[in-house]
Design a protein around this ligand. Structure first.
Ligand SMILES: CC(=O)N[C@H]1[C@@H](OP(=O)(O)OP(=O)(O)OC[C@H]2O[C@@H](n3ccc(=O)[nH]c3=O)[C@H](O)[C@@H]2O)O[C@H](CO)[C@@H](O)[C@@H]1O
Ligand SMILES: C=C(OP(=O)(O)O)C(=O)O
Length: 421
């Protein structure tokens, strides 16, 4: 297994370029199942989750070619409708094939994703909405068996909770359904907006872009003619590099971003006394004479993203005072706390609220274990300011979502190397 060795306290500076967003790319690859033509997608991040999703497309009978951030996908030949356990267990986002496969073929079988390190993560809202659209769903032998022999019918879906994946699945299903689907309490993440835009460019009529009420006119099973497109920048990768600058208290320019997507993160950095300068497609974070503590509550977009919570916890260890982080989306997204404690942080957990005492707590390098994707990046950030050497094990979590992390960090002056144990 591979691990990262980081020597802390190096002075980082310069510029770093952000890759395409994993969480935008995954549903967009799933959406290609609705296409009748080959689609060229640019700015595709080179991360393990994307390769896994492409493998799933291949297993279903589709094909793809990948070169230098450009992926050409052809799903016209898909002749299988089962997403098997061995692939779904490595990547929960595989559930995103459920809506498009069912809409196109009238049946499919997708392994239940099960829980994961950050929480239980049920898919009940996806299933209930598809049932409302006329699907019959059975759970047998750990698989969701969905059928819609008469095709999916447009319907009014009111999500009990805001769900990103649920909204994406229903948007894709609705695009090929018969009639109009209205999604109330839809997620508003930029990734949803890009999925809507790509579907609209393929001729699907969608109203309510960027709002919590989306109305979709279905094509009644007619496959769509997609246009080529580029994946939007990864706002979570960008936020992570902003935290790298903040935790080391150095100036860093983060390029190829959409600053509007980073507003909640920028606002919290400003509360922590950092100056952030935004222009059209970059943000620059400047050092401060005092890192102030912060109070964070995670929420749906445009609120503060749960996917940035762990990174801000690492940053809060360097603040001059006590910060709090209230995790409202996932019941178990604090696995990084015990590893940050091993580095010398002073953090107390009470239910879903973490209290982080910053100030006098110098972190000291040691061996730590990554437990999930963003927990891993929190450990990387902490290691950048820890005294001495930190070895981060189980970095396969990190590789799911960060393209060339050690290359990018090294290019701005960090000492980060990958080894095999
Ligand atoms: C690939 C991808 O884009 N992943 C993101 C997506 O995950 P994902 O789409 O899985 O997250 P959801 O928005 O669906 O989950 C939000 C909350 O709703 C709950 N829920 C969800 C569906 C359901 O059927 N029933 C239910 O109870 C979840 O357990 C969670 O507590 O949004 C999350 C919340 O911003 C991010 O942390 C993930 O990085
Ligand atoms: C939790 C994440 O991803 P996933 O939903 O694929 O597990 C993430 O990107 O932080």
């Amino acid at each position: 297994m591979e691990y990262l060795k980081i020597i802390g306290n190096k002075e980082i500076s310069g510029e770093v370029e952000i890759s395409g967003a994993k969480n935008a790319a995954l549903p967009l690859i799933a959406a290609t199942i609705l296409a009748k033509n080959e689609i060229k997608i640019g700015n595709m991040p080179n991360v393990v989750d994307i390769n896994t999703f492409l493998k799933l497309i291949d297993m279903l009978g589709g094909s793809f070619e990948k070169q230098d951030g450009i992926v050409k996908i052809n799903t016209y030949e898909i002749d299988k409708t089962t997403a098997t356990y061995d692939i779904v267990k490595t990547m929960r986002a595989s559930i995103l094939v459920l809506g498009p496969l069912l809409a196109r073929f009238g049946h499919c079988e997708v392994s239940l994703p099960g829980g994961c390190a950050i929480g239980q993560r049920p898919v009940d809202l996806h299933l209930k909405a598809l049932e409302q659209m006329g699907a019959k769903i059975d759970i047998k032998h750990g698989y969701i068996q969905a059928t819609a022999p008469e095709g999916l019918k447009g319907s009014k879906i009111v999500f009990d909770k805001v769900t990103v994946g649920g909204t994406e699945n229903i948007l894709m299903a609705a695009a090929l359904a018969q009639g109009t689907t209205t999604i109330i309490n839809a997620a508003k993440e930029p990734e949803i907006e890009q999925l809507c835009e790509v579907l609209m460019n393929a001729g699907v009529k969608i109203e309510g872009l960027g709002t919590s009420k989306l109305t979709v006119e279905g094509s009644n099973k007619e496959l769509l003619e997609f246009k080529d497109f580029d994946i939007i920048p990864d706002r979570i990768e960008a936020g992570t590099y902003m935290c790298a600058a903040a935790i080391t208290n150095r100036k860093l320019k983060i390029k190829k971003v959409i600053p509007l997507h980073l507003e909640a993160v920028i606002s919290k950095l400003e509360e922590m006394n950092f100056e952030v300068i935004s222009d059209e497609n970059s943000v620059t974070i400047l050092p401060t004479d005092e890192i102030k503590p912060v109070n964070i509550i995670t929420s749906e977009y445009p609120g503060f993203p749960t996917d940035m919570q762990a990174q801000f916890m690492a940053l809060a260890t360097q603040a001059n005072g006590t910060s709090t982080i209230d995790e409202r989306l996932f019941e178990n997204r604090f696995m990084h706390v015990s590893e940050l404690l091993r580095l010398g942080a002073d953090i107390h957990l009470n239910g879903n609220i973490a209290t982080i005492n910053g100030q006098s707590h110098t972190l000291n390098g040691t061996d730590v274990m990554a437990t999930d994707l963003r927990a891993s990046s929190a450990l990387v950030l902490a290691a950048l300011v820890a005294k001495g050497e930190t070895n981060i094990h189980r970095i396969y979590h990190l590789d799911r979502g960060y393209e060339n992390l050690e290359g990018k960090l090294t290019s701005i002056g960090s000492d980060v190397k990958r080894f095999t144990e």
